[in-house]
Design a protein around this ligand. Structure first.
Ligand code: ZN
Length: 341
């Protein structure tokens, strides 16, 4: 229980108790937290609804505690829509990690075959990209809807479908022209687990936390994560690795592996380049960066715990702050101005 702290009377909403926090989460669709441990058959949709600290929670929290609290209360207002890019991301994961289920779940969409009922092209086929395949109607675009369709399948555009196959082959097939043998070696290690959910209690704060591992191998003590990207070159990917906090994600996961008694020595990332010819690069995160990442995760986790205990989720500082230029901008401006003198 939170210690009672004498507080100044303040304006604004009252603090949020832990019980209220959970109530709000349940109202927003949270599922009960499963037993601590690894779970292998949890669909991604269910994973996203577990009310446990994830790397993306910490990322939002880092922007401002208020942003995380708002996102948990009103997921629909904040949720990035399931864009074509996120659908493609999941499809790429399935193609590489679970090629058989990829074949079952994903279809290459044809153009909408439905006859137009009016307009200049009346009587011609619609021709918009297909989204649903009806057993009687064939491809339908969504404007045109089939009566029944197989809801277990997801239609990808021809281009996206080819990206999935290209990346899959360059990861897994020795015969592919631009095959990366190291990726294949990691992904085909015997006795490994794919798409594993981990749920644990953070030992320092007691907060429940979760992870979603792409590929774990106890045999070599390696976790391997697949990241689709536009540029898998070392310089290009390094920037994404930082901007998207992939280092922090892996640090958070490594804490989970340890808490669940399954520590990993190596943290690999398979950078899978979406543009043709779908080249693959494999990176190992250096130990120093893992260490820094873990320090950041510790700081954020403790701050998160403090917000949970106090029931206060602040936004940006409420005082007036000075603003100048980012260091690189100031340097450039100074150089330019001083040259003129
Ligand atoms: Zn149509």
């Amino acid at each position: 229980m939170a210690k009672k702290v004498a507080r100044k009377k303040q304006d604004g909403p009252p603090p949020i108790s832990r019980a209220d926090f959970l109530k709000v989460m349940v109202a927003a669709g949270a599922l009960p937290i499963p037993e601590f441990g690894f779970h292998s058959n949890l669909p991604m949709r269910a994973y996203l609804r577990l009310p446990c600290v994830s790397n993306s929670w910490l990322g939002r929290f880092q922007e401002a505690p208020a942003k995380l609290w708002a996102a948990l209360q009103e997921p629909d207002k904040v949720k990035r829509k399931e864009t074509d890019a996120t659908i493609l991301g999941s499809a790429i994961h399935a193609a590489i990690l679970e090629p058989d289920s990829f074949k079952r779940m994903y279809l290459r969409a044809g153009d909408c075959e439905q006859e137009l009922a009016s307009g200049k092209r009346k009587g011609e086929a619609c021709g918009n990209p297909g989204r649903y395949f009806g057993s009687a109607e064939g491809w339908c675009c969504g404007q045109h809807k089939p009566l029944t369709w197989n809801t277990g399948t997801i239609a990808l555009s021809g281009t996206d479908y080819d990206i999935c196959l290209g990346l899959r082959d360059n990861c897994l097939s020795k015969k592919a022209q631009f095959h990366n043998p190291k990726a294949r070696k990691l992904l085909t290690l015997k006795d490994s687990d794919v798409e594993l959910t981990g749920v644990w209690r953070d030992p320092e704060t007691g907060e429940p936390a979760k992870l979603r591992a792409d590929h774990l191998s106890d045999r070599v003590g390696a976790s391997t994560d697949i990241k689709s990207c536009l540029d898998a070159s070392r310089n290009g990917f390094m920037k994404t690795f930082y901007d998207r906090r992939y280092y922090a994600q892996q640090a958070h996961y490594s804490e989970g592996y340890e808490a669940l008694q399954r520590p990993m020595r190596h943290h690999y990332m398979i950078a899978a380049e979406k543009p043709y010819p779908h080249l693959i690069a494999v990176y190992r995160i250096v130990d120093d960066v893992m260490e820094l990442g873990r320090k950041e995760v510790r700081l954020l986790m403790k701050l998160y715990h403090r917000c949970m205990e106090s029931g206060e989720w602040p936004g940006y500082p409420s005082k007036i702050m000075d603003i100048g230029l980012p260091s690189w901008g100031e340097k450039q401006l100074r150089a330019a101005v001083e040259l003129e003198v």
